[in-house]
Design a protein around this ligand. Structure first.
Ligand SMILES: Cc1cc2nc3c(=O)[nH]c(=O)nc-3n(C[C@H](O)[C@H](O)[C@H](O)COP(=O)(O)OP(=O)(O)OC[C@H]3O[C@@H](n4cnc5c(N)ncnc54)[C@H](O)[C@@H]3O)c2cc1C
Length: 391
């Protein structure tokens, strides 16, 4: 097997490392990751949601494999009798919609999901209030409920996969890629901040929101940019039973987190770039947009107290919000990417690592066919959109 240098060792890089190692190719892989604490990576700053609630079959299948891996994480990531520490909180996902057009989309998605054996349910407003009495539903026209869905601790997912991959012999190099050395058709080596130069036969760029910088080093143009996403953690005076990860028609999402809730607003019509601080603008947005929407949906949220807030970054694919995976078609032939996961990469991490390992080991996909998610659609300017629940 050719030697593979992977740029970025968070969920995508560690999943690739794990799947290569399980295929007996641990020694072929080196992961370059500057920060073993993953302080700035998107993964640990994410909501950790894992749902089968998609419209594209590829995304449903990827999240299904993600669910299987995450639900069996303790056994799968066991190292010498020490299980990977990991709870999958199966509290479900609930997508609430208003308006005839959105109800039709929910029904269409439900049909696709049902055909693929996903046991999601469409609830009317009475069923919503019976199942989730804390939620106000009199202005809701339908809810799509995914009972098998839930969320994970994404930091433990990354470190659990990393620990397992290392135990099987994958090398993690604590360094940062600062340059690529290429000939006319191939990348020959990777330049690290320490000055070290790594010869590589295959390069895989899985650097999340930093992936566009790495693509630029290779001369590859990609419609992906960092998009800052604030998250607020709050607690309420009264105790509430766990709620599903709920997406409100306002765009606000919230889910149970420990003894409180985490919330954020899905909005793509804002400019990109790294922005780490949660300042006046974000707090104003909480006061004027998030809080009113939260209190409207869950009356007990009227008396909430924000305890913490933080920002993480989507690797936002501005073409269509979906992953771009595979070789750089039309470019340097040994340069691969898996980028642009926008707000839904944690759930796909296991499947993306497996898919990349299939491409590298066999030259084609063997489980889920992800050909439609290749770079070709960028070249053709032919977007492949998710409809309904977009993150
Ligand atoms: C607020 C928020 C909520 C989210 N909620 C969800 C959710 O509910 N469900 C879901 O599925 N997804 C969610 N996501 C998306 C998810 O977090 C990402 O899609 C996923 O973490 C992407 O993983 P990654 O490994 O590609 O990138 P990251 O986790 O960002 O990792 C990239 C890695 O690359 C490394 N790196 C950077 N530059 C270099 C370099 N020059 N050389 C070497 N390494 C480098 C970094 O140190 C980092 O470790 C959310 C994201 C955010 C921000």
């Amino acid at each position: 097997m050719a030697n593979v240098v992977v740029i970025g060792g968070s969920i995508m890089g560690s999943s690739l490392a794990y799947h290569m190692a399980m295929a007996g190719e641990a020694r072929a892989v080196s992961i370059v990751e500057p920060d073993p604490s993953y302080e700035w990576a998107a993964a640990p700053r994410s909501a950790g949601g894992v749902r089968l609630m998609h419209s594209l079959p590829e995304n449903i299948e990827m999240s299904r494999y993600g669910q299987t891996v995450y639900k069996n994480f303790a056994q799968l990531m066991d190292v010498n009798g020490e299980p990977g520490v990991f709870p999958f909180r199966e509290y479900g996902y609930l997508h609430l919609v208003t308006g005839a057009k959105n109800v039709r989309t929910v029904e269409q998605n439900w049909r696709t999901q049902t055909e693929l054996g996903v046991p999601n349910e469409i609830l009317d407003r009475n069923e919503i209030s019976q199942r989730f009495p804390a939620l106000r539903s009199d202005d809701i026209d339908a809810g799509l409920f995914g009972p098998q869905d839930g969320f994970i601790d994404p930091y433990s997912a990354v470190t659990g996969m990393r620990r397992k991959a290392m135990s099987l012999g994958v090398e993690y190099i604590q360094d940062r890629v600062v340059g690529l050395q290429a000939s006319a058709s191939r990348v020959d080596s990777v330049v690290l901040a320490s000055g070290r130069i790594l010869k590589a036969e295959i390069i895989v760029n899985v650097a999340g929101a930093w992936a566009p910088e790495i693509c630029a080093m290779a001369g590859m143009s990609i419609p992906v940019e960092p998009l800052s996403r604030p998250t607020f953690y709050f607690e309420t005076e009264e105790h509430l039973d766990p709620l599903p990860l709920t997406k409100d028609p306002s765009g606000v999402t919230f889910r149970t987190e420990g003894r409180g809730f985490a919330t954020g607003l899905t909005r793509h019509d804002v400019s990109g770039g790294f922005k780490w601080d949660i300042g006046e603008e974000e707090h104003n947005q909480f006061e004027t947009e998030l809080w009113p929407a939260l209190a409207h949906r869950v009356p007990s949220f009227e008396r909430l107290k924000v305890k913490r807030s933080w920002a993480g970054h989507y690797a936002m694919n501005r073409l269509d919000g979906n992953a771009i995976i595979g070789p750089w078609i039309g470019g340097l032939e040994n340069f691969y990417v898996a980028v642009g996961f926008s707000g839904a990469g944690i759930q796909k991490g296991p499947a993306i690592g497996r898919a990349l390992s299939e491409l590298l080991l066999h030259g084609r996909y063997q489980t889920i066919d992800l050909s439609r998610l290749s770079y070709q659609r960028v070249i053709d300017n032919d977007p492949l959109f998710e409809i309904g629940f977009t993150a």
